[in-house]
Design a protein around this ligand. Structure first.
Ligand code: AQP
Length: 335
């Protein structure tokens, strides 16, 4: 089984990214052939600073390695190093419906945030994301809940390509998404009706993977809850439900177990203390390893370059078939 996921190059990954995606990446290394891509070409679809992009890319590479990605057990690479992603994106544009792209939630949300320019890249973003995955004929895509709509589009693009050009073959594999059962949507601690987010959230409501323990304690300690005392998940108790889910993941228990263990607690203060301790314990080793890994940029570059070489070998094959089926370039001679 082949697993693929992409992640944006920001060094400031938050608890939602860590629980919804990065932890799944680490586990994926033992479940199949895993490819993880740092998507710099996605990052340029909104206003950005080129020098900052390059720096953030190394920040994230170091963070992913610190979190447990092992270049011996997965292929970790930079999207911009493998030209097949851009080429396949363009080719897939011909089987992608424009109206669907215009209706995507992320496009609508992010386009209102742009002050100077809503770029065509922002609109085409989900096609590039489809190309990222389909180029590797991946079977599974570990992501958080917010990516469900993009995954559906990707699956439809693959199906339409196969129907139009496959001639009975599954040239592009229709991938499945793997969304974690617990922690698929970690909410902002200050506004638990919104997901924890890099661009849309509040600073105080967002715990970053590299936050100091004192800062983590402060943010979790001031998380918005409600006026009750019961530590149970329910639709009217979004703040408490969010803390229970975080504690469940961070302490390797089910949410039901956390509720049972917390049944005798004297109020939300005790819950917050338990969440803080578990989150600090989960993230502290990542911070420690990060400092060491981030110091050696050449070593990070070497990991990315060798990952790109391995990724290119796979994507090249898919592109050769796609081009051939679409009638682009000369026909391949029979072997
Ligand atoms: N709140 C969240 N809970 C669980 N999973 C989440 N993810 C994002 N937010 C949550 C998952 O993290 C992965 C990384 O995605 P990305 O780096 O490409 O960034 P993103 O999806 O754009 O999410 P961000 O970091 O919060 O940025 P904003 O909101 O500013 O766009 C993805 O698998 C995502 O599902």
């Amino acid at each position: 089984m082949r697993i693929f996921s992409g992640i944006q190059p920001t060094g400031t990954k938050h608890l939602g990214n860590y629980i919804g995606a990065i932890r799944q990446y680490v586990v994926g290394q033992d479940r199949g052939e895993a490819l993880y891509c740092i998507v710099d070409l996605h990052a340029i679809t909104v206003a950005y600073d080129p020098a900052e992009l390059r720096k953030s890319l190394y920040d994230l590479t170091a963070l992913l390695l610190a979190a447990g990605l092992d270049p011996q057990r997965c292929i970790l690479f930079r999207q911009g190093d493998v030209a097949e992603h851009s080429e396949l994106c363009w080719l897939l544009c011909s089987v992608t419906e424009l109206g669907r792209l215009q209706r995507m939630h992320q496009f609508r949300d992010k386009s209102v945030q742009q002050r100077e320019l809503v770029s065509a890249g922002l609109l085409v973003y989900p096609v590039l994301q489809a190309a990222d995955v389909l180029a590797y004929r991946a079977h599974e895509v570990p992501v958080g809940e917010d990516q469900r709509e993009h995954l559906e589009l990707m699956r439809d693009v693959a199906r339409r390509f196969n129907a139009r050009f496959g001639d009975g073959d599954e040239v592009l594999i229709v991938p499945e998404h793997r969304i974690p059962e617990v922690g698929a949507r970690i909410m902002d601690l200050q506004d638990p009706t919104r997901k924890m987010s890099t661009t849309g959230g509040s600073e105080q409501g967002t715990v970053y993977v590299l936050d100091e323990p004192a800062s983590i304690a402060k943010k979790i300690g001031s998380a918005v809850t409600d006026s009750g005392r019961e530590i149970v998940r329910s639709p009217g108790k979004q703040g408490v439900s969010n803390l229970i889910e975080i504690l469940a993941v961070a302490s390797d228990r089910s949410p039901e177990q956390v509720e049972a263990d917390m049944a005798q607690a004297r109020g939300y203060g005790e819950l917050k203390k338990a969440v803080t301790e578990a989150v600090v314990e989960m993230l502290a080793p990542v911070s420690e390893r990060y400092a060491e890994l981030r110091a050696d940029e050449q070593a990070l570059e070497d990991v990315l370059a060798s990952g790109a070489a391995r990724a290119r070998e796979i994507a090249f094959q898919t592109l050769a078939t796609v081009r051939e089926r679409m009638g682009v370039g000369p026909a391949r001679r029979a072997e």
